[in-house]
Ligand binder design. Structure first.
Ligand code: AHR
Length: 486
């Protein structure tokens, strides 16, 4: 019998809500069209920000939103994005299709978006092509409550009070698009830039240094541990060249993609090992501030815009990845899936005035019950799936207890075709009732389209039976399940 044992009487650490974070870059149709349509748009908006997308995203309880990039961040000069929009200079978005960026969405618009979403800002500053002064002034503009040149400029632009701000990234992928630096070069730049990254209201900034592979992270930790609060790494799950369609794939690709997604554990373990050596008390957070699937752009769309569809497979990738973040939540303090709208593994896709929520969106909505909840230790024995000499677990699980004492269990069943019976034993707690929701579909390639936007969406789950010491579950194939026990 397949078994899941939840130790409800043993508290683990809290799973920070910030691991359920998001990322929006000036890339393709993420910001423009996806989030920002402008005040004159016929699409209903609040000061230029799309109402339908905000309403959908609010249901996710988004904890943070990383912006403005990505590679774009190290080309971005924030002063181009403030003041009257018509007077803002344009620039070329060199990384993403060479399109003209009119800078209509800048600091004020982003901060208003965060306020509408109810999430915290997480800004990534420009190290690659920016200056220390430019970064320091941006922080002064954002956070200075008193009199200063940048606070005066902010006030002239219509904002009296500083904004609340905690999370600050010092560069993005500076080993690549952010300057092609060596590890030591970046470590030295990081030390210099971060010195001038101040919260002018006197609060503490959470400063995130840009990490990469083991060799880079070792150098960076050796040189700069005491100057950082977070170390960022990125992890994308793609298919193999020539077999990388978001929607046209077979069971073998399903398996390969999920295996690749689960392999993020190797990156987490490796990075954690280095961090543990330099930061044994676990003060510094591992910040996975870009992750998700990266498939071929939808046929007929600009390949530089990274617009991809999102199937049940993406939902499973999201579920197993979030489970791993929870499993390592002592070290993984924050994560941001790439990207919120119309780019890579998006929550929401738009087409003119139309909008749909992806299967990945539903996983984030279902998993929000784990935010800031106490992780419960568990043991799982449900077998493995094998293909071409590789194996993956058949089932992935996570359990937590929220502030009101409710226990939530999430399960990802990776078998593409066959259901599974699981006996779930809950130790240290009598289970009086159980309810849940399940996300699945008849095909592994199932996805939502603008004509059928609700093909893949959660449904009530009614295949649980209370038994002695717990519950017995019939878990459908290719499914994400979230249960609530009382
Ligand atoms: O998310 C798309 C890109 O992937 C980001 O701009 C970059 O940081 C990463 O390589």
């Amino acid at each position: 019998m397949n078994r899941l044992v939840i130790n409800a009487d043993q508290d683990g650490p809290a799973i920070s809500r910030h691991v359920y974070g998001h990322f929006a870059e000036h890339l393709g149709r993420c910001i423009y069209e996806g989030l920002w349509v402008g005040e004159d748009s016929p699409i209903p908006n609040t000061h230029g920000i799309r109402n339908d997308v905000v309403a959908a995203l609010r249901k996710l309880k988004m904890p943070n939103l990383r912006w403005p990039g990505g590679c774009f961040a190290d080309t971005y000069h924030w002063k181009d994005g403030i003041g009257p929009r018509k007077q803002r200079p344009a620039m070329v978005n060199v990384h993403w299709g060479g399109v003209t960026e009119n800078n209509h969405f800048g600091t004020h618009e982003y901060m208003e978006l965060c306020a509408l979403l109810g999430c915290e800002p997480y800004i990534c500053g420009n190290v690659g092509s920016g200056t220390v002064q430019e970064m320091a002034e941006w922080l002064e503009y954002l956070t200075m409550p008193g009199d200063s040149p940048m606070a005066a400029l902010r006030r002239r632009n219509g904002r009296e009070a500083p904004w609340a701000l905690t999370y600050w990234g010092v560069g993005n992928e500076n080993w690549g698009c952010g300057g092609h630096m060596t590890a030591l070069q970046y470590a030295q730049e990081y030390r210099r830039f971060q010195t001038y990254c101040r919260h002018f209201g006197g609060q503490r900034l959470y400063k995130v240094a840009c990490g990469f592979d083991s060799q880079w992270n070792e150098v960076l930790m050796r040189e700069a541990t005491r100057f950082m609060d977070g170390l960022s790494v990125h992890y994308y799950t793609g298919g193999i060249p020539g077999r990388n369609s978001a929607t046209c794939f077979e069971e073998a690709d399903w398996f390969r993609t999920l295996r690749k997604a689960l392999d993020i554990e190797r990156l987490i373990k490796q990075t954690k090992g280095i961090m543990d050596a330099y930061d044994p008390d676990g003060r510094i957070g591992l910040v996975v501030d870009e992750w998700g699937t990266w498939f071929d752009a939808e046929p007929g769309t600009n390949p530089a815009f990274l617009y991809q569809q999102n199937t049940l497979r993406d939902a499973l990738v999201a579920g197993v990845t979030l489970h791993l973040f929870a499993a390592y939540c002592e070290r993984v303090h924050m994560a941001c899936i790439a990207q919120t709208v119309n780019v890579l593994q998006a929550m929401v896709l738009t087409e003119g005035p139309r909008m749909l929520c992806t299967p990945t969106y539903h996983v984030f909505e279902m998993f929000k019950v784990h935010q800031d909840a106490v992780r419960l230790p568990l043991a799982l024995d449900a077998g493995r799936l094998a293909q071409d000499g590789e194996q993956i677990p058949r089932l992935s699980a996570s359990a937590s207890r929220d502030a009101s004492g409710r226990i939530h269990i999430s399960l990802c069943h990776l078998h593409p075709a066959e259901p599974l019976t699981v006996r779930c034993e809950v130790r240290g707690r009598k289970v009086a009732s159980i309810k849940g929701r399940v996300l699945t579909a008849p095909q592994i390639q199932a996805h939502n389209t603008f004509d059928r936007p609700n093909l893949v969406r959660p449904a009530p789950y009614r295949q649980a039976r209370l038994v002695r010491q717990g519950v017995e579950l019939e878990v459908p194939a290719r499914a994400v399940l979230v249960l609530e026990l009382e």
